[in-house]
Design a protein around this ligand. Structure first.
Ligand SMILES: NC(=O)c1ccc[n+]([C@@H]2O[C@H](COP(=O)([O-])OP(=O)(O)OC[C@H]3O[C@@H](n4cnc5c(N)ncnc54)[C@H](OP(=O)(O)O)[C@@H]3O)[C@@H](O)[C@H]2O)c1
Length: 255
């Protein structure tokens, strides 16, 4: 898909990896719907900076834990653009909670944000992505951002890793069922950014790179470039791409 002139929705795009994805798509000529949950100011800054870079962009707020919020998000995006060409399910919750301390509320909240929301967003996006209505009959694109925790076994992240493993299967089932109108692929990032509060330039975080076969942590631009690659290669469908310096090869039993 040539991104120039297309419309993309990136969830959780106010900051961090989502913001980098919004910029990468925008630089390729896409107009970008910048979704945010609570980061209103950061979303406004992202939209302003996208605008300064010549990218048409608008911020859209929605709590992805609420199906009604997702419904409203897609109504607003559809009213803003004629259709939708790209959806990036990037927003997620990441919290360390030991197995025995995971409450029903915690479990449900994580599954709602990390797994149910990508499902509902994909369902609604697919309704806006009819191939026959797109110039050149090109398929729409959904990119799900999963996590290495879905491929290995981490202690203390059971709700998170089960939700992200679900995102892999969601990618596969939707890639088949939505074809040929929509292609669906997933990226499994490795260590890209530390949890908010820890400086990505800190020695503690950079030393994390020692666990990675390539010897360093990644950066948000590498995930964003992979989204562009998935858009541009129209023969990729149902793929799960680790972008992790090869860490999926060596991880296991992480504490
Ligand atoms: N960081 C890494 O190294 C890494 C590694 C592997 C995988 N990943 C995956 O890559 C993606 C992006 O990572 P990240 O670290 O940039 O993410 P993040 O900062 O933890 O979260 C991204 C955004 O998700 C949004 N969000 C969370 N709950 C929400 C809700 N209920 N409703 C609406 N929005 C909600 C938040 O938006 P607001 O701030 O607007 O509330 C947040 O800014 C995630 O899917 C993550 O699992 C990241």
């Amino acid at each position: 898909m040539i991104l120039d002139g297309r419309t993309a929705l990136v969830t959780g795009a106010a900051k961090r990896i989502g913001r980098a994805i919004a910029f990468a798509l925008g630089r390729r000529g896409a107009r970008v719907a910048v979704h945010y949950g609570g980061s209103r100011e950061a979303a406004a800054t992202t939209v302003e900076e996208l605008g300064a870079a010549g990218v048409e962009a608008r911020a859209f707020q929605a709590d992805l834990a609420q199906p009604a919020g997702i419904e409203r998000l897609f109504e607003e995006v559809a009213a803003w653009s004629d259709g939708l060409d790209v959806l990036v399910n990037n927003a997620a919750s990441f919290r360390r909670v030991p197995f025995d301390e995971t409450t029903v509320e915690e479990w449900d909240r994580v599954q709602a944000v990390n797994l149910r929301a990508p499902f509902l967003c994909s369902q609604r996006a697919a309704r806006l992505m009819r191939r026959s209505e797109r110039p050149g009959g090109v398929a729409g694109l959904i990119v799900n951002i999963t996590d290495l925790s879905a491929l290995g076994v981490w202690r203390d992240y059971s709700a998170h890793s089960v939700s992200k493993a679900g995102v892999i299967q969601l990618t596969r089932v939707s890639a088949w069922e939505l074809a040929p109108d929509v292609r669906v692929n997933a990226i499994a990032p490795g260590a890209i950014l530390p949890e908010p509060g820890l400086d990505p330039a800190s020695r503690e975080w950079l030393e994390r790179g020692r666990e990675v076969p390539t010897g360093r942590v990644g950066d948000p631009g590498q995930i964003a470039d992979t989204v562009v690659f998935l858009a541009e290669n129209e023969f990729l469908n149902g793929a799960i791409l680790p972008v992790d310096g090869g860490e999926h090869l060596v991880q296991g039993g992480r504490e």
